[in-house]
Design a protein around this ligand. Sequence first.
Ligand code: FAD
Length: 373
Amino acid sequence: MKNKIHNYDFLVIGAGLIGSLTAVCLLKNKYKVLVIDKNEQFLNDKRTLAVNANSKDFLTKLGIWNKLKANPEPINKIEIYDTINKFPLIFENTNEEMGNVIFNSDLLVEAKQLLLKKNLLIEGINIEISKIKSNEKIKIENKNYLFKKIILCLGKNYENEDTIKKFSFPSLHKSYVGFFDHSVVHNQIAYEIFTPEGPLAVLPAPSKSKKTSTFIFSTQNKISRTNIQKLIKNYFSKTHGLINLKKKIYEYKILPHLSKEKFNQFILIGDILRSIHPVAGQGWNLGIKDIQTFISLLNQYEIDDPNLLADYYKHRSIESFTYLTFTSLINKIYENQNPLNNAIIKSGFCILRKSSFLKKTFIKQAMGRLNLI
Ligand SMILES: Cc1cc2nc3c(=O)[nH]c(=O)nc-3n(C[C@H](O)[C@H](O)[C@H](O)COP(=O)(O)OP(=O)(O)OC[C@H]3O[C@@H](n4cnc5c(N)ncnc54)[C@H](O)[C@@H]3O)c2cc1C
């Protein structure tokens, strides 16, 4: 029995927000999958996710959407302000909500529970990734396994030059995330303000009272809690009334990059493939599109067909590159304000305000309803 080999279709390494869902999705599609993570628990993520319409459909199909502990908070309108344009850019969609805000940890708990129930998740396992291969024996907790394919969902921090080549887009920004209560209801509106210090996003947070919001402020400067409070009061007292910032503020690194796998061995999904600045609130939504693309290609190719990987990377490259350059560029332009950059920003606002076609396209893209390839 000691030499018994356990045959699986997929090994997913990394059980974060994308790895867990990749595995649940593969399972629903009748593949045999095992998930491992080097960490025992990863449920202390205090952030929220702005889930776009496409990702909501994805979670609904997996049976997870209706099980989330806190009710998702809809976003019906997005208002974008800066210090250059007199009037905001407003995006609204009347057919369906543009997105929903949920807690990261609620989602992770549900996805992990589905895997744990079927004994498909093993935590606390750290294997040397550059030494493993598909269709070769891999030892995990004293058992021998063979996997037809290995999927890496290791997040943006993973560095290993033996396995992947990373193209980084340096950013000096750090993100500060927290919550605040307010005396006036948020009206399901999300805001993005390009302040002189960096972009400040304020989103309705899941709450029955509709009087709690979450913020994500990205800046190169070190900023104190008092100054964040001042900033939020300055921009949001008019719309949100009396503001009471919650005690804890969390800091997150920003590591925008694109990665390429070196030896046609692994499938990269989620932040390990591409990580973008959170200004667009789309990083995880793009990871969901990675999963959807991969699953749909599995209908065309056998698991070990080399064209599967090639086609997957081809399909995901344009959208990844577009989002990475768009989010990096927009920050650079706002950071370096000069007459040329100001003119670019003004004309961008003006074109989007005047062209209902462009506006609709922008909304569809943000909702995940448009495919760039
Ligand atoms: C401030 C902030 C706000 C954001 N807001 C939004 C938003 O509103 N909407 C949106 O779409 N996106 C948002 N994002 C992006 C989103 O958080 C990420 O895209 C998403 O978390 C990526 O998930 P992942 O599973 O790829 O990586 P992670 O969640 O980082 O998971 C990686 C997993 O891999 C494991 N791991 C790492 N190395 C190893 C190893 N060697 N062996 C085994 N396991 C390993 C880790 O333990 C972890 O569990 C935001 C990001 C930030 C920073």
